[in-house]
Design a protein. Structure first.
Length: 346
């Protein structure tokens, strides 16, 4: 066993507090990771506060983890001591359903084991990355290329792959007109990826406050959705709309922006159902769909893509003790564009 320091939630409302947790002994297929940085994802807050259902406390959140391998099990072949690695939203899956066998562990039919708040194989509840160490089965650990800045690599493990997956799955490239709705943690990565893939990229943001950033990240056009004329100007003009907003949006208004056979894909997960007018889909034979993170293979592909194209998230590094204040700023959308906890401060 390894005793790790960690910041844990003890209730839906109390501030996270420093504690210690036990990590399981390193099994034959496990690696022990000395955590360097962990990103702060909006999902961490939703989970801790019980927005997505009741959870067991204490809970250590964090599923955007990078660190160094310090011990490997006897049968580990993918990673070695000293390797720079990452762990995202999942730490295991059933490995035998049709989706797992197809390499799509994120769509495991039996439900994958999430990095925190899931029941692990040994019956314990998984604990995440706001911590100094973690033990993970090697198949769910990816390699982080050396030329991605270490702290900036952390948000790639959730926000990065979530933004990358729907673009790669739909073969976004030159000639494709892509709109990104929202310019937060997910949105700014979607802009960078779609631009690097060669698409014509438009940001649809509430206001023009982040326009300068958007253009710097690779957007060709930037429009405010608070301006009603935006929806008239851009009618029938996109092949793909990537919606990164978790709050409910006026779907009909956004669907009207899709060209023939265009698709709108939701990355955000609003708690309430979204009403869809079938008429809005009939026009231009449009589709509305959603996506859930990405597979382990796709996560590695995304990291390699970032290394090749010199892409990294914009991050604000914080000490672990500042995580509670950071949560308030995430809830107020006052972050450009992702908080990352320096695990050396835990
Ligand atoms: Zn996340
Ligand atoms: Zn499965």
């Amino acid at each position: 066993m390894t005793t790790a320091r960690a910041y844990a939630a003890t209730s839906p409302t109390d501030p996270l507090a420093l504690t210690t947790i036990e990590r399981r002994p390193v099994g034959p297929n496990d690696v022990l990771i000395d955590i360097a940085y962990t990103g702060v994802c909006h999902s961490d807050i939703h989970t801790i506060r019980g927005d997505w259902g009741p959870i067991a406390y204490p809970l250590v959140a964090g599923h955007e983890i990078v660190g160094t391998v310090t011990e490997v099990g006897s049968e580990v072949s993918r990673h070695k001591v000293g390797d720079r690695v990452g762990v995202g939203c999942m730490v295991n899956s059933c490995r035998e359903c049709v989706n797992c066998l197809a390499g799509l562990e994120n769509y495991c039919l039996k439900g994958n084991t999430l990095t925190y708040g899931s029941v692990d194989r040994d019956g314990t509840i998984t604990q995440g990355g706001y911590s100094t160490h973690i033990v993970v089965v090697e198949d769910f650990v990816v390699s982080v290329p050396e030329n991605i800045p270490y702290e900036a690599a952390a948000p790639l493990l959730c926000a990065g792959v979530t933004a990358y997956s729907p673009l790669a799955h739909r073969n976004v490239g030159p000639g494709k007109r892509v709109a990104v709705v929202g310019m937060g943690g997910l949105g700014h990565m979607a802009v960078k990826f779609a631009h690097a893939m060669g698409a014509e990229v438009t940001v649809l943001s509430q206001s023009l406050n982040k326009q300068e950033d958007g253009i710097r990240f690779g957007a060709d056009h930037y429009y405010a959705t608070s301006d009603a004329s935006t929806f008239k100007t851009l009618a029938d003009s996109f092949d793909l709309i990537v919606n990164t907003i978790s709050a409910p949006v006026d779907l009909q208004a956004y669907l009207s922006l899709l060209a023939l056979d265009g698709t709108m894909v939701n990355l955000g997960a609003p708690a309430e159902p979204l009403p869809v007018s079938v008429f809005a889909l009939m026009g231009n034979r449009r589709s509305f769909t959603a996506t859930s993170i990405g597979s382990i293979a796709e996560t590695q592909e995304m990291l390699d893509f970032c290394a090749e194209h010199a892409i990294a998230p914009e991050v604000e590094l914080i000490a672990a003790a500042d995580v509670n204040a950071a949560y308030e700023r995430v809830l107020e959308s006052d972050v450009r564009y992702r908080f990352v906890i320096d695990a050396a401060t835990i």
